[in-house]
Design a protein around this ligand. Structure first.
Ligand code: ADP
Length: 267
């Protein structure tokens, strides 16, 4: 079993990712696809007159402040446009894909965090009305059912809180929790960079391998959103996933290339 997470940043070639996945799937590789959608969500939010607001926590992590309206725009893009776009591509390629969010069947479950601490102008502010959280539990029943019946699950945030409220969660860490729950041998985190760069954005500074016991020490090279990928990788290998690969989804055969070791291999 492999878990493939494909991001939502500019430059990602969904056509290439889906074609590669279709070939692997048809050759008998069991897999689950998880996707993001942050770039498109930002564009749609601007167009709808509700521009995105990002907050940086005192420990340096950046996240989207998700009020109710943002959550609804987030769902339109992630669960609508992007999820159905991927399912349509896979269907066209002859793969019987089924698109679901973490709400459906409570696949991704976690605690709802209503307030977030944000550093603004050197001061720490507390913002309320946030609909975010972290995946703490993966309910694999529905996924196993689908896989057993020959369907390829295509999953996306949001997750569901214990109270049944939709929460925005980080896709990389959700994919990591899923990979652990499914006892995946490999998790791929595909984005618009060749892997983890020691000296971002210099692509020649690609880090080729990271020892599983040492992942967290590489957080220092990751800025903003890349940090979540490094954290997700650490969580996955700690949870028993054999290897995690940060790969490039901009062209070629992104999934096969990453499986062959292109990118940053955490093992
Ligand atoms: P996605 O939505 O595709 O999952 P993110 O935007 O969340 O991707 O994270 C990938 C981004 O992280 C890259 O596009 C890059 O701008 C940024 N980044 C920050 N630091 C690094 C680094 N050290 N190596 C590679 N990318 C980095």
């Amino acid at each position: 079993m492999i878990v493939v997470k494909v991001g939502g940043s500019a430059g990602i070639d969904y056509g290439a990712v889906c074609a590669d996945i279709a070939n692997l799937w048809k050759s008998g590789q069991k897999l689950v696809l998880v996707h993001g959608g942050s770039g498109e969500t930002n564009r749609v939010a601007e167009a709808l007159g509700h521009p995105p607001k990002f907050v940086t926590s005192p420990s340096g992590y950046t996240s989207r402040f998700t009020d109710r309206q943002t959550l609804e725009i987030f769902e339109m893009v992630y669960c609508g446009k992007i999820n159905k776009g991927i399912v349509e591509r896979l269907q066209r390629l002859g793969v019987n894909a089924v698109g679901l969010s973490g709400l459906d069947g409570r696949i991704f479950e976690g605690k709802h965090k209503d307030s977030v601490r944000s550093v603004e102008g050197g001061k720490v502010k507390v913002l309320r009305g946030d609909h975010t959280g972290t995946v703490e539990k993966v309910n694999t029943g529905l996924i196993e059912l689908l896989l057993g019946a020959g369907y390829l699950p295509v999953l996306t945030p949001p997750a569901v809180s214990y109270e049944g409220v939709a929460i925005n969660v980080d896709g990389d860490r959700a994919a990591a929790a899923l990979a652990v729950a499914l006892k995946a041998s490999t998790m791929l985190l595909l984005s618009n960079v060749p892997g983890l760069l020691r000296d971002y954005p210099d692509e020649a500074s690609l880090i080729r391998t990271i020892a599983a016991s040492d992942v967290e020490s590489y957080l220092e090279f990751a800025q903003d959103r890349m940090k979540k990928k490094v954290l997700g990788a650490a969580e996955a290998v700690k949870g028993g996933v054999g290897r995690v690969i940060f790969g490039d989804a901009r062209a070629g055969e992104p999934v096969s290339a990453a499986l062959a070791g292109a990118g940053t291999v955490v093992q």
